[in-house]
Design a protein around this ligand. Sequence first.
Ligand SMILES: Cc1cc2nc3c(=O)[nH]c(=O)nc-3n(C[C@H](O)[C@H](O)[C@H](O)COP(=O)(O)OP(=O)(O)OC[C@H]3O[C@@H](n4cnc5c(N)ncnc54)[C@H](O)[C@@H]3O)c2cc1C
Length: 471
Amino acid sequence: MSNSYDVVVVGAGTGGYVAAIRAAQLGKSVAVVEKQKALGGTCLIWGCIPTKALLEHAHALKVIQHASEWGVTLPSGSPAIDMTQVQARKDKIVTTLTKGIEFLFKKNKITWIKGTARLAGPGTVDVVDGDRQTLQAKEIILATGSSPRSVPNVQIDHARIITSDEAIHLKQVPASLVILGSGAVGVEFASIYQRFGSEVTVIELVNRLVPVEDEAVSAELEKSFKKQGITVLTGTKVTRASATATGVEVDAETPDGSTRKISADLLLVATGRGPVTTGLGVEDAGIALERGYINVDELYRTSVTGVSAIGDVITLGTGPHPQLAHVSSMEGVIVAERIAGKPVQPINYDHVPGCTYCDPEIGSVGLTEAQARQRGYDVAIGTFPFGVLGRARMAGETEGFVKIVADKKYDELLGVHLIGPRSTELVAEAVLALRLECTAEELIKTIHAHPTFSEAVGEAAHAVHGAAIHV
Ligand SMILES: Cc1cc2nc3c(=O)[nH]c(=O)nc-3n(C[C@H](O)[C@H](O)[C@H](O)COP(=O)(O)OP(=O)(O)OC[C@H]3O[C@@H](n4cnc5c(N)ncnc54)[C@H](O)[C@@H]3O)c2cc1C
């Protein structure tokens, strides 16, 4: 069998596997080198899918815990979580989806080469373990993703001081869990294990939770977390963490300069992820890097002709690149279409939705109020609380709001920020609205079905004009 392909993709995460499928759809012969035993990368194996599966379990437990409110009588005793069943169900979901990608590869005649890839000269990739061989490629796409990273003075031992890779596999609910970092990963695990019964403390260096979100969203999440019994320590720096025979000891410097000592069963380090390029041969190939990330232009070309890169491993050199599955997939589609000679446009990264599936959920797109003001807009704000809606009352999910940031001069939507029930679904309307450069007026004139959660989006648009109907 020939080892020459039109396109060789390194890494079968949401960037690589989507790029491979799109290139194959466009008539290219494609091979994908993936070193894991399954396809799908971080998202399917350790990220989006397993965490959201655990969050669905947490939500089911929440409903059952409120059974009496719903008029459901349970046998005596309080409902408890069975981690063996939780993990079995989660693993089954992951396996079904990773096998689904194998099916799609077969359907699109994509060759999966099991092993670790290394660049070996122009148009050449060596598979250095597993199915060892040398591949020739007209085009190479690097999609090697990211892995968890820690902060100074905190040594991950994968037993007591863990990352998300271990947190998704816990066989028992820890009695106490300290989470370092309050980005999406940190607050999602806070919601999971608090609901499962852990005593959870979230420590964040910045003075608010989910620091990339609008400040009003951060404040609402902190209010809700505290109500749920999660300890929130913002503006707090972990200066030391050490594993003991029975748990972990954490020293944290609080905003007043004092040191707080916290003991817990586990410390989850959720302080971000760094690029995976070790052993890939990018330096020898002369590929330009920035802070370890592969530097690409707006259509994902690296500094070496014939080598592109997408997903968590890249930087566009214009500030932080969002490490999100849907971003890597869209980049995969664009790079495949460019290689196939189709006309393509760069992504507008201001229009990337961010979804955080903590309780309450967060969905956002576009500029926060602070960012819009920084960019010099004369800003109009419209906010509408979910709690007023009939649908929210029926569901018993009344926390949160929709906040729209608009430009006063042209009425154009600049950002939409949701926290509350179904926010990760509702944000889709806002993404389309921003892409189509909608005004608040156009959103007002868009009919939102009743009774739905989406009415809050329409009402927030009314609120931009100071005329919400139901408040
Ligand atoms: C806990 C957690 C939850 C998340 N939840 C979400 C979410 O809800 N929504 C969302 O959008 N994003 C989420 N993410 C982020 C998302 O998973 C990543 O942005 C996405 O997986 C990036 O895709 P990628 O293709 O760039 O890289 P990856 O998915 O990391 O895939 C890279 C692949 O390359 C392989 N590889 C690396 N080097 C080599 C080599 N030399 N040879 C062969 N193979 C190699 C790796 O084995 C891996 O399979 C989450 C991440 C985590 C950790």
